[in-house]
Design a protein around this ligand. Structure first.
Ligand code: DX5
Ligand code: ZN
Length: 218
C-alpha cells in the first residue's frame, strides 16, 4: 500500500498540531520532518525540540530527513526526541555503513537519501541494511520546487535491484510530488510519497490529501 508522508515544511508552523491532524484526516500516515542545517543545504529549518513537540501531538510515525553535515553527531538526539525513521544523505556520510548502524542501534529505521546527481550505485553495499531509500526528485533545500523527471527512471532502477536481490527496503520519493507527478513515481515502484506544498493549503488540506492519495492508489 502506498503511503503519504506529508512534509510539515509546507505547514503553518504556528499551528503545527492542527495541520498534522488535518493531513492525517486526509489519509496521511507518516509525518515527514525536513531537518536542514544551513551547511549541507542552503536553508535552516528545525531540530530535535520540534521533533519532540510533534511527537507529543501525534501517534503517526515520524520520518526525519536529515539534510545536515555530520549527522552521526545528532542521531542520538533525534532518536531521543521521538524519531521512528531517520534518513541520512549519502553525500554527507563518508562512513555510511557506520552511520546507518548508528541509527539502527538507536532503535530507529534507517534510511538513505540520494540527491538527483548521485548515482544509485553508491548504495550497492548498504541496501541490505536499510529500511528505505529516499530518491530526491529535486535538489534539497526548499519546498515547492519543480519535480525532476529523471527520478522516475532512478526509482525504476532501484525497484529492479530490489527485486533482483530479493531485498525489501521501501522506496521513498521527495520533491515536487503532486497530483500531476505522483502516478509516474508509483508506477516506477515508489511506495512512500513525500508531499508538502501539494497537501498543505489553508482550508484545503484534507481535500488535497484525499485527492492525492486517490490518484496515487488508482
Ligand atoms: C526538500 C525537502 C522536501 C520538501 C518537499 O528539500 O526534502 O521534503 O519539503 O516539498 P514539496 O512537496 O513542496 O516539493
Ligand atoms: Zn524531505
Amino acid at each position: 500500500m502506498v503511503e503519504l508522508a506529508f512534509s510539515i515544511l509546507a505547514a503553518d508552523f504556528a499551528h503545527l498540531a492542527d495541520e498534522i491532524k488535518l493531513a492525517e484526516e486526509g489519509g496521511g500516515t507518516i509525518v515527514h520532518v525536513d531537518v536542514m542545517d544551513g551547511h549541507f543545504v542552503p536553508n535552516i529549518t528545525f531540530g530535535p525540540p520540534v521533533v519532540k513537540a510533534v511527537r507529543a501531538v501525534t501517534k503517526l510515525p515520524l520520518d526525519c530527513h536529515l539534510m545536515i553535515e555530520n549527522p552521526d553527531a545528532f542521531i542520538p538526539e533525534f532518536a531521543k526526541a521521538g524519531a521512528d525513521m531517520i534518513s541520512v544523505q549519502v553525500e554527507a556520510c563518508p562512513h555510511l555503513n557506520r552511520t546507518l548502524q548508528h541509527i539502527i542501534d538507536h532503535g530507529c529505521q534507517a534510511g538513505v537519501v540520494l540527491n538527483p546527481a548521485t548515482p544509485i550505485g553508491m548504495l550497492a553495499e548498504v541496501l541490505p541494511m536499510v529500511h528505505h531509500v529516499l530518491v530526491m526528485s529535486v535538489n534539497p533545500g526548499f519546498g515547492g520546487q519543480k519535480f525532476l523527471p529523471r527520478a522516475v527512471d532512478r526509482i525504476r532502477l532501484l525497484a529492479h535491484i530490489r527485486e533482483e536481490q530479493g531485498l525489501n527496503f521501501r522506496i521513498e520519493v521527495d520533491g515536487g510530488v503532486a497530483n500531476d507527478t505522483v502516478a509516474s513515481v508509483v508506477d516506477a515502484g515508489a511506495d512512500m510519497l513525500v508531499a508538502g506544498s501539494a497537501i498543505f493549503q489553508p482550508g484545503k488540506t484534507v481535500e488535497n490529501a484525499r485527492e492525492f492519495l486517490k490518484i496515487a492508489r488508482a
